[in-house]
Design a protein around this ligand. Structure first.
Ligand code: HEC
Ligand code: HEC
Ligand code: HEC
Ligand code: HEC
Ligand code: HEC
Length: 207
């Protein structure tokens, strides 16, 4: 691309981004802490969450916690493509054709399934369309030594899913909520860290 076209493109971009950005900002200001109610009260604590075996009064041993289901069993896309996906009803039915039969929430899931409809999950995180974001670029990024930039352990060295750098400890959430600002400053603060080196040119995220 020659210099003049590049400049024109950049000016148009800045104009567009400023206009849509101002609108998007007004519409989506309630970002961090956003915690929409979902059509089925799906609890991450019960799925990827850690098991919590308890003995009932009747002496029965039951799991009141989760089943350690890996994030990527349901959110398969992050390592492969730009977008993560919320699982289709078919993924839920893999288990719920035999687990929890007759329970109110499984019956509701089955209704959607039989109608061939997706469960209308409410989107929790939603960047404006003029921002380019790619899960796989983040989850696959490695430093010169070959180590993952978004490490799979916390500051004390305890294992942790890489998702936690941005989404917090989802496995411990009854209702998923937005844990970080998810605005430009937040992206840049991490990108500027020397060990991350994520890029700060406008076109990295506005293309
Ligand atoms: C059994 C399937 C399942 C597993 C396992 C699972 N999730 Fe989810 N996840 C869902 C469903 C269904 C939703 C949509 C409903 C909701 O937001 O609670 C969701 C929503 C989310 C969202 C919000 C999506 C949005 O709209 O912005 C994030 C972030 C998320 N999950 C992260 C994780 C992480 C991190 C893990 C692993 C610790 C994980 N999930 C494990 C099923 C699953
Ligand atoms: C790998 C197997 C598996 C998959 C996949 C799975 N579940 Fe579950 N689910 C379970 C088990 C096991 C339980 C606990 C059963 C019980 O409490 O009787 C459960 C319980 C639940 C509960 C009630 C738990 C509570 O007390 O909050 C809901 C709601 C639920 N699942 C929704 C879903 C949805 C929606 C999906 C798809 C996004 C899904 N499940 C996918 C195994 C699975
Ligand atoms: C570097 C920060 C970061 C990491 C790490 C990260 N996410 Fe996200 N995630 C985002 C952003 C930003 C969005 C909003 C994307 C949009 O609206 O275009 C998002 C959105 C989502 C969504 C909603 C669907 C979508 O793509 O818009 C799901 C589900 C999700 N993430 C799951 C995960 C899981 C599971 C992991 C770990 C395997 C993970 N994320 C790791 C930043 C991150
Ligand atoms: C926790 C740190 C962190 C946060 C937060 C973060 N990023 Fe990144 N970002 C990275 C790293 C690491 C890379 C990869 C650098 C490399 O290629 O080695 C990256 C790369 C990128 C790339 C380049 C991808 C490609 O295909 O070349 C884009 C675009 C991007 N980030 C957008 C965003 C946006 C938008 C946000 C905020 C919503 C964000 N990032 C938040 C760490 C982060
Ligand atoms: C690391 C990713 C990233 C980079 C690099 C980046 N932006 Fe952004 N930008 C974002 C995100 C994310 C938003 C959306 C913020 C929101 O919705 O709160 C945004 C929003 C904007 C907006 C709308 C107003 C606002 O603040 O919400 C403008 C204007 C903008 N960017 C211009 C730029 C310019 C000019 C550059 C280069 C100097 C740049 N951006 C570099 C991620 C980035």
């Amino acid at each position: 691309m020659n210099g003049r076209r590049k400049l024109v493109r950049l000016l148009v971009l800045v104009g567009l981004v400023a206009a849509t950005g101002a609108l998007a900002w007004t519409l989506s200001n309630a970002r961090q802490g956003y915690e929409p109610r979902q059509p089925i009260s799906f609890r991450h604590t019960r799925m990827p969450g850690a098991p919590d075996w308890q003995v009932t009064d009747a002496g029965e041993v039951v799991n009141a916690g989760g089943y350690d289901i890996p994030c990527v069993y349901c959110h398969t896309m992050p390592y492969k493509g730009r977008h993560s996906t919320v699982p289709s009803t078919a993924v839920c039915m893999n288990c719920h054709q035999s687990v929890g039969l007759g329970k109110e929430w499984v019956l509701r899931m089955q209704e959607y399934w039989e109608r061939g409809q997706p469960i209308p999950w409410v989107k929790v995180h939603d960047l404006p369309d003029f921002v380019y974001y790619d899960h796989s670029a983040h989850l696959n990024a490695r430093d010169a030594s070959g180590a993952l930039k978004l490490a799979e352990h916390d500051a004390e060295g305890r294992p942790m899913v890489a998702c936690q750098h941005c989404h917090g400890d989802v496995a411990a959430m009854e209702i998923v909520s937005v844990q970080n600002p998810f605005n430009m400053q937040w992206c840049l603060d991490c990108h500027r860290k020397p060990e991350m080196d994520g890029g700060t040119d406008c076109v990295v995220c506005h293309r």
